[in-house]
Design a binder for this molecule. Structure first.
Ligand code: ASP
Length: 324
């Protein structure tokens, strides 16, 4: 019988609606009272590690979660399921994907409707995630996200809807598998996974979104000793308004790494345009174009890279390529 460790961290999946219709955290996780169908076929052990809404999750908490999973791997568990608030689930999932050895299945899940709401998806997603974690085919696929009958990679999944249960999507590439009759079936593979050992996380890595008419003011505000890295969600294929350039050049002169992704939902950032602020010129200036990651994922990758003290071409190689 497989041993699966369920680590609860909080989020809507552990909350309930009060008489006024407000969704609030509980002292005791409602999942504890529920009967998981797969019980009997697996040995489920539970750790109520945190009870936090996911906007309260920080990289320090992600690191503590990673250490807890490493401990469990050492103890010989066969798989890990993490319940998490959906707002920042994709960031925690990608952090773990980048920092954990690619050995046993690690599967994140959550819920869009709290435990006592009609049509609550919490127990259903939890049960599916356990079955994904217990499936032999889930080994070696990096960290996974199982929600609403789909299996996504931590690397590319993103929350796309504020309330709909079908919120988690993988733009451009699609999910790698589905869950049907509580069984995982895979149809795609990730190319490669680069793991980066870290034992601490730095602060001062920021994310800015470009917009029509943006100037250098926000960039200049970040030109200080606290800033260790910046990710910009650029326009289209990876372009910026020309008024931003002088302030960005100043940041680069101060050795602050700047990563460029696209603010578009689909596609990857690329150097296509050779005009002031075009991707070709931005890369020549020294910006790192990161292919395939959204802004929040690229920020996690830059944060992990800087926390592991990657520098120069090492940093550029690690951050620019989402398939490694
Ligand atoms: N705001 C909640 C959270 O992220 C939403 C959820 O769990 O889905 O904790």
């Amino acid at each position: 019988m497989k041993t699966i460790l369920a680590i609860h961290t909080g989020g809507t999946i552990s909350m309930s609606q009060n008489q006024n219709g407000e969704v609030v955290p509980n002292d005791e996780n409602p999942l504890a009272k529920e009967q998981v169908i797969l019980k009997g076929q697996i040995n489920l052990i539970t750790d109520n590690l945190f009870n936090l809404p996911s906007p309260h999750i920080t990289p320090q908490i992600m690191l503590a979660l990673k250490q807890r999973i490493l401990q469990a791997i050492e103890k010989g568990v066969d798989g890990v399921v993490i319940t998490h608030g959906t707002d920042t689930l994709e960031e925690t999932a990608y952090f773990l994907d980048l920092t954990l050895p690619n050995t046993i299945p690690v599967v994140l899940t959550g819920a869009m409707r709290s435990s006592n709401e009609i049509g609550s998806d919490g127990l259903y997603n939890f049960q599916n995630a356990i079955s994904v974690a217990a499936t032999p085919e889930s080994y070696g696929k990096g960290v996974l996200v199982a929600m609403n009958d789909e299996i996504h990679t931590a690397r590319f999944v993103t929350k796309t809807h504020t309330t709909n249960v079908d919120t988690f999507r993988t733009p451009t590439f699609g999910p790698i598998g589905i869950v049907t009759q509580h069984k995982a079936k895979y149809f795609q593979e990730l190319i490669r996974t680069d793991v980066c050992e870290i034992d601490h996380v730095i602060s001062g890595v920021y994310l800015l979104k470009a917009y029509a008419g943006m100037d250098g003011d926000l960039f200049s505000a970040l030109d200080n000793k606290k800033t260790h890295g910046i990710v910009i969600e650029g326009l289209g294929a990876g372009n910026l308004p020309p008024q931003t350039i002088p302030a960005i050049q100043q940041l680069l002169r101060h050795q602050i790494p700047i990563v460029l992704v696209s603010r578009c939902y689909n596609g990857v950032a690329q150097k296509i345009y050779d005009y002031a602020g075009g991707g070709i010129q931005l890369e020549k200036m020294g910006l790192i174009l990161c292919q395939g990651l959204n802004g929040q994922k690229a920020r996690i990758k830059l944060l992990v890279a800087l926390s592991s003290q990657k520098k120069g071409t090492d940093l550029r190689h690690f951050v620019s390529n989402a398939v490694s």
